[in-house]
Design a protein around this ligand. Structure first.
Ligand code: MSP
Length: 500
């Protein structure tokens, strides 16, 4: 039997004209949670991220800093790489488009498109927005600017074109037969409307600057940065050699770059005769305290700074709990603080701390689970757990992170109500055996939710699972199907979530 294909998930590769900010951190974190959950389910995962280093925008940024583009991209790419451990992210590969493996693969990809007759040479005349690295038609301009607000310049140059217009019907029938290929559904409709509006052939080379991958057999041209960048998903997977992970299971992208991923990319792949990604998931944008985030307003949010202030897991939790993934959201320090104090410290932290500190005092923190002793109330509470596993894994696999966390918190809050009702502190004096019955039920619930929460909050759950005495090898979803037998030895209880 052949092993199933690894689950292949990608972030966009980030432009190196900018320092990493909350938007980049958000896409990476969402992918990280999904990747960790797949691993927890026992699947092999290939989680890819990287940097997009060619193009006019990067060339201009390098020049503005008085640097050679390669030295400039080396420096900024490193700052994206440094962000990974800070976010607790676990990518399996980090690709840079200036790496040889990418340049070679992208050149082969171009050649395949050319061999398939999908490329021709002509003259491009139209508007280009360097900030978006995107061409716009006259009809798309709003008050002389790109619809994104970016400045446009008129361009006339010899250019290679991709026969995008040939793919309108093929794309439309693909969307129809694969209704999950673009998510959330509102985004699929947006893409369909765009394609139904007609597709023009796409200019895919530039000759007015040189910071790019040379077009095979025509050194006057470099590849259009989006063709170059999209090819990273193949070249990181081994293209043009065997690609054991391809097709990608999901490309996670911001809504601003959906068109490139859901229209151009499938058309390129169709032309090259390659399988298409299973899904493109577009998330929304964050504003900062109600304002659009932009360099010129000086209100970008530095992930490093908020992680230092609130702690990594509080930031991970907030970003994925506060706003349904796919919708726009507003970043506010107050709201982050409320979530950290309320959901984390008061609900989850309190459930764990108050029961663990009582348990640790009995019998040197050793106990044996005794399900025979569990009564109706205990069973009723613990019956919430098996459906929770199902609900959380399903929600994460559809990127409904906020729903997954809501369901977990239903159980955490029920756990606190159960403790309030059972009053183990009162039982301590009258009936210590009954006290341990109650606390061991809470232990089962804490173990369950902490295992499920690992993808979201890897640091805190690792500490809590240590305190709960759950061995690292028994922190998988499969382990949740059975209760531990034999003696459980608790670690030393200590508060895990700080209040701010
Ligand atoms: N280089 C291209 C992607 C090429 S992929 C083949 C690019 N890079 S980017 O650095 O500009 O943006 C990367 C991601 O950050 C995008 O998914 C974008 O949506 C996301 N964000 C940038 N600002 C954001 C917010 N304010 N909020 C949420 N995400 C945002 O595009």
């Amino acid at each position: 039997m052949t092993a199933p294909k690894p689950f292949f998930i990608t972030t966009p590769i980030y432009y190196v004209n900018d320092r990493p900010h909350i938007g980049h951190a958000y896409t990476t974190l969402a992918c990280d949670v999904r990747a960790r959950m797949e691993r927890l389910r026992g699947r092999d995962v290939f989680f890819l991220t990287g940097t997009d280093e060619h193009g006019q925008k990067v060339e201009q940024s390098a020049r503005a800093r008085g640097m050679d583009p390669q030295a400039f991209t080396d420096e900024v790419s490193q700052s994206f790489r440094d962000l990974i451990p800070l976010l607790g992210a676990t990518p399996d590969d980090f690709i840079r488009t200036t790496e040889q493996r990418h340049k070679d693969g992208a050149a082969v990809f171009w050649q395949r498109l050319q061999d398939a007759g999908a490329i021709y040479l002509d003259t491009y005349a139209g508007w280009y927005a360097v900030r978006d690295e995107c061409y716009y038609q006259d009809s798309e301009l709003v008050n002389g600017k790109a619809p994104t607000g970016a400045d446009v310049v008129w361009h006339e140059e010899k250019s290679y074109f991709f026969r995008l217009s040939d793919y309108q019907d093929k794309l439309l029938s693909f969307y129809k037969t694969h209704p999950d290929c673009v998510a959330p559904p509102s985004r699929l409709h947006e893409v369909i409307r765009f394609v139904e509006g007609g597709l023009k052939d796409l200019s895919i080379s530039r000759s007015t600057f040189s910071w790019g991958i040379p077009v095979p057999n025509d050194p006057d041209h470099v590849m259009y940065v989006w063709l170059d960048a999209l090819a990273n998903y193949l070249t990181a997977g081994g293209y043009p050699e065997a690609m054991p992970c391809w097709p990608a299971d999901v490309h996670v992208v911001g809504k601003d770059i959906l068109r490139f991923h859901a229209v151009y990319w499938p058309a390129f792949l169709m032309a090259a005769g390659l399988p298409l990604p299973t899904q493109i998931f577009a998330h929304g944008w964050w504003t900062n305290e109600g304002q659009k985030i932009s360099k010129s307003l000086g209100n970008t949010i530095d992930p490093r700074e908020i992680i230092e202030t609130f702690g990594l897991d509080a930031v991970r939790y907030f970003l994925l709990r506060e706003v349904p993934f796919g919708q726009d959201g507003d970043f506010s320090r107050d709201k982050l603080r409320q979530r950290a104090n309320g959901d984390l410290a008061n609900d989850y932290g309190n459930l764990c701390q108050r029961s663990l500190s009582m348990m640790a005092k009995e019998n040197d923190g050793r106990f044996v689970l005794n399900p025979e002793a569990w009564g109706e109330d205990d069973q009723a509470f613990l019956a919430m757990l098996p459906p929770l596993t199902q609900a959380v894994t399903h929600a994460v696999s559809t990127f409904a992170f906020h729903t997954a966390l809501e369901k977990v918190w239903d159980v955490i809050r029920a756990g606190n109500r159960y403790v309030d009702h059972q009053q183990p502190w009162a039982l301590k004096k009258t009936d210590p055996v009954q006290m341990m019955r109650v606390l061991s039920c809470v232990w089962v619930a804490m173990r369950h939710v902490s295992i499920l929460l690992q993808p979201f909050m890897p640091q805190s759950t690792a500490v809590l699972l240590d305190q709960l005495g759950v061995p690292p090898t028994e922190r998988t979803l499969a382990a949740l199907n059975t209760l531990p037998t034999g003696t459980v030895t608790l670690g030393t209880p200590a508060p895990v979530f700080r209040r701010g």
